[in-house]
Design a protein around this ligand. Structure first.
Ligand code: SF4
Ligand code: SF4
Length: 114
């Protein structure tokens, strides 16, 4: 069967991601404010979020070891489209504060950065 250009691209991204583990640069999360948003805070650590295009909702919780980081740094570099759960820890290290319960779209994301 002949492969289309799209098939080739998907394979390349998957192979590339195996060779390139996450470097916590945060690039992939800096425009996700256009994709998902917080609808409601349910308690101190739990949030109801919504995919802005489909309207599908999901519950996420702050990771226990990142609750202070989330509270103490309310905005990541004041960038308007950044995901509301992204925080900077130390020297340019980007951290997902809901990593353990992160949205499904984030769980299936395959990094293409080398
Ligand atoms: S998945 Fe890729 S783009 Fe996202 S933080 Fe990791 S290295 Fe950066
Ligand atoms: S929930 Fe976490 S992984 Fe998903 S875009 Fe936000 S910071 Fe990135």
């Amino acid at each position: 069967m002949k492969s289309s250009g799209t098939d080739y691209c998907i394979i390349w991204v998957q192979v590339n991601s195996i060779a390139s583990p996450c470097r916590q640069c945060g690039h992939c999360c800096r425009s996700m404010g256009d994709v998902l948003g917080i609808v409601e805070q349910l308690n101190d650590h739990k949030y109801r979020i919504q995919y802005l295009i489909t309207g599908i909702e999901q519950i996420v919780s702050l990771d226990p070891d990142k609750q202070n980081l989330f509270q103490e740094h309310p905005n990541y570099n004041h960038q308007p489209l950044v995901c509301p759960f992204l925080r900077e820890r130390g020297e340019g290290i980007a951290v997902c504060t809901v990593y353990q319960s992160r949205p499904e779209i984030c769980q299936i994301y395959t990094c293409s950065k080398s």
